[in-house]
Design a protein around this ligand. Structure first.
Ligand SMILES: Cc1cc2nc3c(=O)[nH]c(=O)nc-3n(C[C@H](O)[C@H](O)[C@H](O)COP(=O)(O)OP(=O)(O)OC[C@H]3O[C@@H](n4cnc5c(N)ncnc54)[C@H](O)[C@@H]3O)c2cc1C
Length: 352
């Protein structure tokens, strides 16, 4: 693992903000090419990430390509899920992709920590990016570590991999965030019985339940289910409606709610509204708006993290501008995200 302390100003070839899959992938590719890379992560690692932890086929190929085989410790007890089942309304379930290959099933805290350690970068957790300045040679980042301010990292490039509620994006383009919509999401970990096959992930698209969608899966001994509310709304109302539907149509018997978690999500991906960065600052993964239909984001996190690294490597060899190189590289991924939301719109008849 990386160093324990930093001086008041440190310098690296590349500073990665955020220790999720997108940041870890960018760091891994760059470290392997001989670059000095620091990852700053505001939370203590391993950190919790609200997620169903499903790695679908494209994401599996990408994690294998960049990191190799997953170690046992990242998996849930139900290591493999057979597929996704969708409930449009009532109690009928359809399998929209019956031929899709099985999906891997992980705990994100363990998975993301493994990816981050594998990157080989210097890792600074409990270290938050709080300010940004573009300089002639790249970027100067102000960071807060364990409550201490006045620390800086200088780098030739910055990769903003700081998730959906990206500080880097807000700093670079404050007006952009004013124009995007979003949701609050809640997920509950419960001890419960429900008449659903634990080998599947379930998505409930009925708009009266949740403005995004509602979801359910099984993780170790937990039944995990969640729903969203419009920004400013109350997720508890959506969760009550969803709980009632599960009780009425799928025999839910709740024994105990062990934990409730929440997070903000944005509509950038579903609107095809991406923000890729500026100058030598590139945004990747959820920070840039890459989230596919039904909330799948890992495949894009790997692809865009690697894309940012490739663009940096290419820019150093050529006279081409790194932002243009990156935008070109991730264009197909943007098309893929848009197509995935078109499919969900067609399936549900809803205008996401
Ligand atoms: C409820 C839910 C379920 C989901 N389920 C799935 C699923 O099953 N499969 C799937 O493929 N996708 C799923 N997704 C989407 C997936 O979680 C994201 O697409 C993915 O995590 C994006 O990875 P990332 O590396 O871009 O960002 P993240 O994984 O969000 O990582 C960003 C990191 O940046 C850190 N950070 C933030 N701000 C700062 C700062 N200022 N300074 C330093 N660090 C900072 C954060 O603490 C975080 O660790 C789900 C999302 C949600 C909300």
């Amino acid at each position: 693992m990386g160093r324990n302390g930093i001086s008041n100003t440190d310098s690296y070839d590349v500073l990665v903000v955020g220790a999720g899959p997108a940041g870890a992938t960018a760091a891994k590719v760059l470290v392997e090419s001989g670059y000095s890379v620091a990852i700053v992560e505001k939370k203590k690692l391993p950190r919790y990430k609200m997620c169903s932890g499903i790695i679908e086929a494209r994401a599996q190929q990408r994690v294998e390509q960049y990191f190799g085989s997953l170690p046992d410790r990242v998996f849930c007890r139900q290591r493999v899920l057979e597929g996704v089942r969708v409930c449009i309304s009532g109690d009928s379930l359809i399998d929209p992709m019956p031929d899709a290959p099985p999906m891997l099933h992980v705990w994100r805290s363990c998975f993301d920590h493994w990816l981050t350690l594998e990157s080989g970068a210097d890792i600074m957790d409990e270290t938050e990016l709080i300010g940004l300045e573009q300089t002639d040679s790249g970027v100067r980042a102000a960071i807060r570590r364990n409550g201490n301010e006045g620390l800086q990292i200088e780098a030739c490039y910055l990769v903003g991999a700081d998730g959906a509620d990206s500080r880097v994006r807000k700093r670079l383009e404050p007006d952009f965030d004013e124009g995007i919509g979003g949701f609050m999401q809640e997920q509950r970990y419960c001890l419960a019985h429900v008449d659903l096959d634990p080998r599947y992930f379930y998505a409930f698209l009925d708009p009266s339940l949740s403005p995004f969608f509602a979801w359910l899966s099984f993780k170790d001994e937990y039944l995990v289910y969640g729903a969203s509310a419009e920004r400013g709304g109350r997720t508890a109302v959506s969760m009550d409606r969803f709980t009632e539907l599960l009780e009425r149509n799928f025999g839910l018997k709740l024994e105990k709610v062990v934990e409730k978690r929440g997070c903000a999500e944005f509509d950038m991906g579903m609107r095809g509204n991406f923000f890729l960065g500026r100058g030598k600052l590139l945004l990747v993964g959820a920070a840039a708006g890459f989230m596919n239909g039904l909330g799948e984001g890992l495949s894009s996190a790997f692809r865009t993290g690697a894309g940012a690294a490739s663009a940096i490597l290419e820019a150093e060899k050529s006279s081409e501008d790194v932002y243009s190189l990156y935008a070109k590289l991730v264009k197909p991924e943007q098309e893929q995200v848009k197509a995935s939301w078109d499919l969900i719109r067609a399936l549900s008849g809803r205008d996401y």
